[in-house]
Design a protein around this ligand. Sequence first.
Ligand SMILES: Cc1cc2nc3c(=O)[nH]c(=O)nc-3n(C[C@H](O)[C@H](O)[C@H](O)COP(=O)(O)OP(=O)(O)OC[C@H]3O[C@@H](n4cnc5c(N)ncnc54)[C@H](O)[C@@H]3O)c2cc1C
Length: 324
Amino acid sequence: MTHRVAVIGAGLAGLSCARVLRRAGAYVEIFEQERVIGGRVGTARIGVVPFDHGAQYITARSERFKSYIEELAATGYAARWNARAGSGEGGAGQMLPWYVGTPGMGSIARPLAESVRINTGCRVHTIKRLEKGWHLWFEDQTSAGPFTQVAVAVPAPEARLLLGRLDELAEPLARVRMSPCWALMVRIDERVLPEQDVFSDMSQVVRWVSRNNSKPGRAGRGETIVVHASPVWSRETEDADPEAVAEELWGEVSHVLGLPPIRPAQMVAHLWRHGLVDTHLGETYLFSREHQVGVAGDWCLGRLGEHAFDSGALLGKAMNEAIK
Ligand SMILES: Cc1cc2nc3c(=O)[nH]c(=O)nc-3n(C[C@H](O)[C@H](O)[C@H](O)COP(=O)(O)OP(=O)(O)OC[C@H]3O[C@@H](n4cnc5c(N)ncnc54)[C@H](O)[C@@H]3O)c2cc1C
């Protein structure tokens, strides 16, 4: 009989886990708190203008992820970004090719969602195993279940909350450290940035600036710019008003790049509360055979999209083997 699996979180980890389970014959349902899928590999819009406000590009080291990215490139969902960079930075001369989703980073995640039922706008606040299987409760007090297995594919601090008393899974997660990251999206009617497309580690405040419109498939008038603040500054300001953060970050970028005093046409700051991994778990995933619940995410293996993908895929494989 087809077994029912719930996956919490529609980022790269949750989606790659779901794909492996679905291909092995399980009925898979994903529950995602946001209205869109992709998590930190996402594309936000200010009006009609798209910005890659999370992951900037993707690299692929494992054969598993390489073959997925090649599949995407062959079908038009991804392309190489030969960014012009300063010395020591990636771009055209980097060791590993940089790939981006086309027309936005969200396209890296979207093809994984095929044949899987996705429920968006569903923030899970409790999971519990009852007599017939796992049940999930949402913030609006509705629930879903029973499921034979559950995969929790959310940032480690959120996973700890959901796993509660399941100490064998919750305790190791205490080792993981994640930092917030402010992302600033700026649209300017003229071209203002100096020649490079990416700038990194520019000051105590600004960690990354990129010319979003230099990525393949994003041409347009003027300039779309994505700025990421440093983890330290982001932590100091995580409760600040986003408009004040936007002003301060743009002021800092203008200062360090020596830009003329230009008022952006649009400017929005977004906080990734658990954005970047400082200390990872050092294991590919965690799975309890006894309870039939597992956890995956970038924070298991590292801090990159490729780590999330591999962690999710290998959790899916382990869950599938545990049900045979
Ligand atoms: C600013 C920034 C820049 C980055 N740059 C790069 C880069 O250039 N290259 C690179 O490879 N990586 C980069 N990364 C890292 C990369 O984005 C992540 O490693 C990867 O996207 C993590 O995927 P994930 O599935 O583990 O987690 P996520 O993408 O965070 O997915 C988790 C999902 O779970 C959902 N969720 C959380 N809690 C609940 C709940 N209770 N109920 C339901 N849903 C829930 C979230 O909404 C989210 O969609 C960057 C990250 C950030 C924040």
